[in-house]
Write a protein that binds this ligand. Structure first.
Ligand code: FEO
Length: 164
């Protein structure tokens, strides 16, 4: 049985993952408005992935006979100054999520919850990829600055993102 403190922390993490999904969907809407469908597509995929992350935690609680309690999702930001500012925020947001996952892992160690430790190892690996993806696109945008043709080429590439 999961301890109460760990159950509450995982329920909080479900909320954070769903907020991430909502934030990326809001960023997708921003890019749709800027006529950058590739960037919007990338953000939609990212939003889908965050929902899947939330559901992994949800299913973990269910499998362990523990209670899922959903909370209100905060309103995400809706506007940014530039594509670069958006990806700067993605990178910062993912760094916060990594810190949150690491704290959950620490708690699972403290509570001696071995199944939670195994489940969280997947997320620890996933966060390395999440941070890298954001950092790579941010680096591209810094290189491009606001040069239209290069932005369109990046938009084309981001539009090819598959699931995952
Ligand atoms: Fe669920 Fe982007 O980490």
């Amino acid at each position: 049985m999961i301890t109460k403190v760990l159950q509450e922390a995982i329920n909080d993490q479900i909320n954070k993952e769903f907020f991430s999904s909502y934030l990326y969907l809001s960023m997708a809407a921003y890019f749709e408005d800027k006529n950058l469908p590739g960037f919007a597509h990338w953000m939609r995929r990212q939003a889908d992935e965050e929902r899947e992350h939330g559901m992994k935690f949800y299913d973990f609680l269910v499998e362990r006979g523990s209670r899922v309690t959903l909370k209100a999702i905060d309103t995400p930001k809706t506007d940014w100054k530039s594509s670069l500012e958006v990806f700067d925020e993605v990178a910062g947001h993912e760094a916060k999520v990594t810190a949150s996952i690491n704290a959950l892992y620490e708690l699972a160690l403290k509570e001696k919850d071995y199944p939670a430790q195994v489940m969280l190892q997947w997320f620890i690996t996933e966060q390395v990829e999440e941070e890298k993806n954001a950092a790579d696109i941010l680096a591209n945008l810094k290189l491009i600055e606001d040069r239209g043709p290069a932005v369109l080429m990046l938009d084309h590439r981001l539009g090819k993102r598959g699931s995952g």
